[in-house]
Ligand binder design. Structure first.
Ligand SMILES: NC(=O)c1ccc[n+]([C@@H]2O[C@H](COP(=O)([O-])OP(=O)(O)OC[C@H]3O[C@@H](n4cnc5c(N)ncnc54)[C@H](O)[C@@H]3O)[C@@H](O)[C@H]2O)c1
Length: 367
């Protein structure tokens, strides 16, 4: 199979792992990169042995069939639309867009041009969550009843060199970390039918304590402590709590999934790894379940590689634009519900992504 030729737009912090994993999978090959900061793109390109240059140059290159969009969230939709306009498939880091309207515009532009859209996170394609999906499908916990998901933290201003954007609309723990939790829950339980939320700003001003900006005051413009209830179309309901306001620590698990016959401890959805633990009704102890699937180290980019493979073979890709949009709709839905004092009936849906088969080699994405 010929490798799909890929250009990366946005050569910041996260780009390194995409360049590295671009060499790992057999379906795609990163051949160029671009950034608003052309000098940075050139330097990063040189580091990884690909052409670096401007966005216009990259989009004008007829050899490039797909763009991996690693720009900042506000630029995700504009860059995706530019790429689609230039006839390229596009895979975007999370979140798909800064607003629902922009997200829908991206999906519609792709549909009208017969191109594909995909989006991060792709951690649900790692060995940890794929093992959980198999356990559910094998009936190990019986009928799923509910789930809890917790992302409890004290906020990024203690370590991030430029934390302001985390406290602007489109930031906060829900939009920054929520995509990992929501995408994992949808991969495990299918699409969401309704969400309910309650959200607040606990501290209207924060103070950076990271070295570079020590003492800088940050105005908080978006909720930082958000509770959500998710009613899944297939029946189960989940409680999601995301917070940047936890200053004394927390011992809550990441994700627990409750079924009629047992409980599953799902690993941190911001990783590709385990551990996966299971306790069936009547058992005294938790059993750690050996992972049934590989790709449990940092496989970031696997969603884009799976999309490249799907383009070549004509099947659906797993980290789809519809899934990324459904997650975006759920996050805004939680905030809308809180503001409007009402449930939010989801206006979008998606297919539950197909699980990977077992027994694939590391570079393989299909049997
Ligand atoms: N850094 C992480 O650990 C991490 C982890 C997971 C996901 N992400 C996601 O990856 C994306 C990028 O994050 P990052 O940490 O690499 O950010 P970053 O700020 O380090 O890099 C973003 C790059 O995009 C470029 N850029 C911005 N607008 C552009 C435009 N219109 N056209 C071309 N280039 C543009 C910037 O110049 C910069 O080089 C974000 O969506 C983030 O949510 C980051």
């Amino acid at each position: 199979m010929a490798k799909l030729k890929v250009g990366i737009i946005g050569t910041g912090n996260i780009s390194g792992i995409y360049f590295n994993n671009g060499k790992r999978f057999e379906s795609m090959e990163v051949v160029a990169c671009a950034d608003l900061d052309v000098e940075r793109a050139k330097a990063v390109g040189q580091q990884y042995g690909v052409r670096g240059g401007s966005v216009d140059e990259l989009l004008a290159d007829p050899d490039i069939q797909m763009v991996i969009n690693l720009t900042i969230p506000q630029a995700h939709a504009p860059v995706a639309l530019q790429a689609l306009e230039a006839g390229k498939h596009v895979y975007t880091e999370k979140p798909l867009a800064a607003t629902r309207e922009e997200g829908l515009r991206v999906l519609e532009a792709a549909r009208s041009k017969g191109l594909r859209v995909g989006g991060a996170p792709d951690t649900f394609l790692g060995g940890g969550i794929q093992t959980c999906i198999k356990l559910i499908e094998d009936g190990e916990i019986g009928t799923p009843i509910g789930a809890t998901a917790f992302m409890m933290g004290s906020g990024p201003e203690a370590w991030h060199p430029n934390p302001d954007f985390f406290y602007q609309p489109g930031g906060g723990p829900l939009f920054d970390m929520g995509p990992y939790y929501l995408t994992a829950l949808i991969a495990l339980l299918g699409p969401i039918a309704r969400v309910t939320g309650s959200a607040k700003i606990s501290f209207p001003e924060r103070v950076a304590t990271s070295e570079k900006l020590y003492g800088k005051k940050i105005k908080v413009e978006t909720p930082t402590h958000i509770g959500g209830l998710l009613d899944f179309a297939s029946g189960p309901m989940a409680t999601l709590l995301t917070s940047f306001d936890i200053n004394g620590g927390s011992v809550l698990p990441r994700i627990e999934l409750y079924g009629s016959k047992g409980t599953l401890l799902v690993p941190d959805p911001n990783t590709f790894d385990g551990p996966v633990k299971l306790k069936r009704a009547g058992e005294q102890e938790w059993s750690e379940i050996p992972l049934t699937h590989g790709k449990s180290e940092n496989a970031r980019g696997i969603g884009a590689a799976d999309m490249a493979q799907a383009i070549a073979t004509g099947r659906e890709h797993r980290a789809s634009g519809d899934l990324a949009y459904h997650v975006l709709d759920a996050m805004f839905g939680i905030l809308d519900s809180s503001a409007n004092h009402a449930h939010y009936a989801m206006q979008s849906t998606c297919r539950k992504p197909a699980p990977f088969p077992t027994g694939l080699a590391d570079a393989e994405l299909d049997r």
